[in-house]
Design a protein. Structure first.
Length: 330
């Protein structure tokens, strides 16, 4: 009987220690949208979660929600500052309603390669720090910035040049990407990533602008016949993982450092994976019967596209401050 009581008491103490330990653990929620198989999710989130758990000795716990289960793409800029979610994947241009200058990242003024982004776009870099400061004023902290590559255009019609888009209804992912499509005569419509497949299938849009990984992961090639790979002439797609500022600042300096360092290491891994994966993703689109047209820098065809965007580039230089334009173009 005494032995049984001792055993029960020991079990009770053990359970209490677990409860106390759990009570002291900091819980962090992570949200993503789009295909869970897209490398910006699959090659970032698991690595990030593993590292912060290991580095914190289990004192930082995470729970992730994928596929827009918690927050949809277009609502991240309000959900993160409100604390609906602690950390979320975001298209940076989705913050242009709060930070107008951030839309410069979707213009043709941004001509940095993915390799440049991998090596430079980190805390301490002038561009990173500039936009991190802007987002902190809105209640969010940038923990990682990365380039998922030039946006591609999946279309139901063949593309010979910029004139092919005149009057066509094209899905875009933000206000900034919409301006790019307007510049070549298209009629852009902002549409959530989860609605693109059905939109293409029903014909409510003639084409869709988005990341190559997402287009392949969500199998847009099943409902389109063509793909244009602009290779940067139409700008690129800078994304980020952002964290609620109040949540970040509530953490100890040690845990803040763990969040930032883990995000950077996971981001470096994911960015390199994205660079290595591009050719194979284009191969999948071709294998599934789509005609792929890839623009090459320095060619006469490239020059035609650049010329079609000339007025937009000039306007962009007038829209944004001279110091910001210089920062982006240097």
């Amino acid at each position: 009987m005494i032995k049984q009581l001792v055993t029960m008491a020991s079990a009770s103490v053990f359970a209490m220690s677990i409860s106390i330990s759990s009570a002291h653990a900091e819980r962090i929620s992570i949200s993503s949208w789009g295909s869970p198989k897209h490398y910006q999710v699959s090659e970032f989130v698991p690595q990030f979660e593993k590292m912060i758990k290991e580095k914190s000795g289990g004192k930082l716990h995470t729970r992730s929600f994928s596929g827009g289960e918690m927050v949809k793409q277009q609502f991240v800029a309000s959900a993160v500052p409100l604390g609906t979610i602690d950390i979320s994947l975001t298209t940076l241009d989705n913050w242009s309603g709060h930070v107008p200058e951030i839309s410069i990242l979707t213009t043709p003024l941004w001509n940095k390669s993915m390799a440049w982004t991998r090596d430079n776009l980190k805390p301490g870099n002038a561009i990173f720090d500039y936009f991190d400061k802007k987002l902190r004023a809105e209640g969010a902290v940038i923990i990682a910035m990365f380039d998922i590559g030039s946006p591609v255009l999946s279309t139901s019609f063949p593309v010979s040049g910029p004139e092919s888009f005149k009057g066509k209804a094209i899905r875009v992912f933000s206000k900034g990407s919409g301006k790019v499509m307007q510049a070549i005569g298209a009629s852009p419509t902002i549409m959530g990533v989860g609605d693109v497949y059905s939109g293409l299938q029903r014909g409510s849009v003639d084409g869709a602008m988005g990341g190559l990984g997402g287009a392949v992961g969500l199998k847009h090639y099943e409902v389109t016949k063509n793909m244009l790979v602009p290779n940067g002439v139409l700008g690129t797609m800078l994304h980020a993982y952002v964290m609620n500022k109040k949540k970040f600042e509530s953490l100890s300096p040690k845990h803040q450092k763990i969040i930032m360092s883990s995000a950077q290491k996971a981001r470096d891994h994911m960015q390199q994976f994205a660079i290595d994966k591009l050719d194979s993703l284009i191969g999948i689109v071709k294998k599934n019967g789509n005609t792929v047209k890839a623009l090459k820098p320095g060619t006469s065809e490239w020059a035609v596209w650049q010329k079609s965007l000339g007025s937009m580039v000039k306007e962009s230089r007038k829209t944004y401050s001279t110091s910001l334009v210089k920062m982006i173009e240097n």
